[in-house]
Write a protein that binds this ligand. Structure first.
Ligand SMILES: Cc1ncc(COP(=O)(O)O)c(C=O)c1O
Length: 383
């Protein structure tokens, strides 16, 4: 089995497993005043400190959630405080479905949303953003740090700077950037979403960084957990795993993966011309490659690679299994047919040169075979 779908999820890392094991033994409720409770609270504090360090925040700024989706919902809905009506937000149309869904919900409750233009390169139009910011005067901006489908790194520092000057709160979904770009990239954001399972931690746990002094209405009510920003007994097992994964992040070196990814793209472009790489002219994270093989359906490639034991994705994981073209690629100007010809490869720190070599060889073989069959069909040859 070759796994090339790390943007969908990652396997548990060693330190995450160790953290989880420790948490199974320290099973007290961190809110309890007795010794067992204090042990669990100490484990929680240790994990919080590790996540905070990795994401570039203080421990008090970290609010644990059930994952990136909840962190996104909490940032957007929570920022409205008690009044969604006429709350103004600027976002983009290439965000994750958890942002898109929350925006649609808030709009149905009277919020006003404006969307910044997306360029064919996969980045956003910063001139349009500056104009929107000045004219629409939003209370909140929510723009992702790294796109999950193309790997394009968005200009978060510039967006943050403009928001600061305008007195607007800035949220960034850093789920795909966490661990791949430095935390200074979102240092100017007021709210930052991250998720454990994209960094070799467990699924079902994430965090929203809420910078000191920023107000937020909770979307989960209960006890005073997470300094009253997210009620409910903490998911200690998940949090301890997240802490372990965050500690291991510090040792990740992506240079090798970037070189392998770039070499694979060059090889495919040379062997299978015409091939396009979505987002290639922009700064991208080192592990992601979104490739289009004209004339070849991504569903057919996915099926063929699956039979070879190679896991890749068409568009984002959340839309795979359905043939709806990716909203990100459509926003970049691809037609629905073109978007259905795109395959996303995403590698991880454990990916090897041999694996990328095998992915390249199998892709070349399948695309050549499928294109040859199309040519024969067009020429009226029966096979
Ligand atoms: C950019 C982005 N944001 C948010 C999420 C959601 O994170 P989670 O799966 O932890 O809810 C994902 C997951 O695919 C993502 O890629």
């Amino acid at each position: 089995m070759i796994y090339a779908d790390f943007n969908a999820t990652t396997p548990l890392g060693t330190e995450a497993k160790q953290g989880i094991l420790r948490a199974t033994e320290l099973w007290g409720n961190p809110s309890s005043a007795h010794a067992l409770g204090r042990q669990a609270a100490a484990l929680l504090a240790e994990a919080r400190a590790s996540v905070a360090r990795a994401v570039g925040a203080t421990p008090e700024e970290v609010v644990f959630t059930s994952g990136g989706s909840e962190a996104n919902t909490l940032a957007l809905w929570g920022s409205c405080l008690k009044e969604e009506k006429d709350f103004r937000i600027i976002s983009s149309r290439i965000e994750h479905s958890s942002i898109r869904g929350t925006l649609a919900f808030l709009e149905s409750r009277g919020a006003k949303i404006e969307y910044v233009k997306v360029l064919p390169t996969g980045n956003i139009d910063m001139a349009h953003f500056a104009q929107l910011l000045a004219e629409f005067k939003p209370q909140l901006v929510s723009i992702m740090a790294v796109n999950n489908e193309t790997g394009v790194v968005l200009p978060t520092p510039e967006i943050g700077k403009l928001c600061r000057t305008a007195g607007t709160l800035f949220h960034t979904d850093a789920v795909q950037g966490f661990g791949k770009v430095g935390s200074e990239h979102w240092a100017s954001a007021d709210f930052v979403s991250v998720s454990a399972h994209k960094i070799h931690g467990p699924k079902g746990i994430g965090a929203l960084v809420v910078r000191k002094g920023r107000q937020l209405m909770p979307t989960h009510f209960g006890g005073a957990q997470e300094i009253k920003r997210r009620g409910g007994t903490e998911n200690i097992i998940g949090i301890a795993g997240f802490g372990g994964a965050a500690r291991e992040l510090e040792k990740t070196d992506w240079t090798h993966i970037r070189e392998l990814r770039d070499a694979l793209e060059d090889r495919l472009r040379f062997a299978l011309e015409p091939v396009t790489v979505q987002g290639r002219s922009e700064t991208r994270v080192p592990n992601t490659s979104n490739l289009r093989f004209p004339g070849v359906s991504s569903q057919v490639i996915l099926g063929a690679l699956d039979l070879d034991g190679i896991c890749v994705s068409a568009g984002s994981a959340c839309s795979s299994g359905s043939i709806t073209p990716s909203h990100v690629l459509l926003e970049m100007g691809l037609s629905p047919e073109e978007a259905r010809e795109c395959v996303r490869l995403s590698f991880g720190k454990s990916s090897t040169a041999e694996e990328l070599e095998a992915v390249g060889s199998r892709l070349i073989s399948h695309v050549e075979r499928i294109r040859a069959r199309h040519r024969e069909k067009a020429a009226g040859v029966t096979v």
